[in-house]
Ligand binder design. Structure first.
Ligand code: ZN
Length: 142
């Protein structure tokens, strides 16, 4: 396994308010705070959601739009640098009123009802995404 070793930086806790787009709000937050590496998690609820599944063969995401209020059972991800900007990679698990779940890669188009987050900054080395032709994905260059 390839890896780098980082140190704990700042720790943040907060929430996104009704109507804020979850991915956009997280991205704006890490850009405003200049968090270049780290990880986070979120719990709360959304009004609707756009999630995706990466299809290796077509090298594209199959998107699913969920037009219903759902619980954010868990949303987790990491922060690194892509195209010289702070970049969020997030996955989300969403639960409905029957306790059944949907999950996938988080896309914009996911307005929250309320979402409580915590973000842990990591420092020491740069974690940069570069395009990998074999996978069609921007992978960490380490
Ligand atoms: Zn993903």
């Amino acid at each position: 396994m390839k890896h780098i070793e980082l140190k704990q930086g700042r720790t943040f806790m907060g929430y996104a308010s009704e109507g804020e787009d979850l991915l956009s709000a997280l991205t704006k937050f890490v850009k405003d705070k200049k968090i270049q590496a780290g990880y986070f998690n979120v719990i709360g609820a959304v009004k609707s959601a756009v999630i995706g599944f990466y299809d290796e063969h077509s090298q594209s995401y199959k998107k699913v739009t969920l037009n219903q209020e759902l619980e954010i059972s868990g949303c987790l991800g990491n922060i690194s640098i892509k195209d010289e900007e702070e970049f969020i990679h997030a996955h989300i698990i969403l639960g409905n009123e029957e306790g059944k779940t949907y999950s996938g890669h988080l896309f914009e188009g996911t307005p929250v009802l309320l979402a409580e987050f915590n973000v842990q900054e990591l420092t020491g080395e740069k974690l940069v995404r570069k395009f990998n032709e074999a996978s069609g994905l921007f992978m960490w260059d380490i």
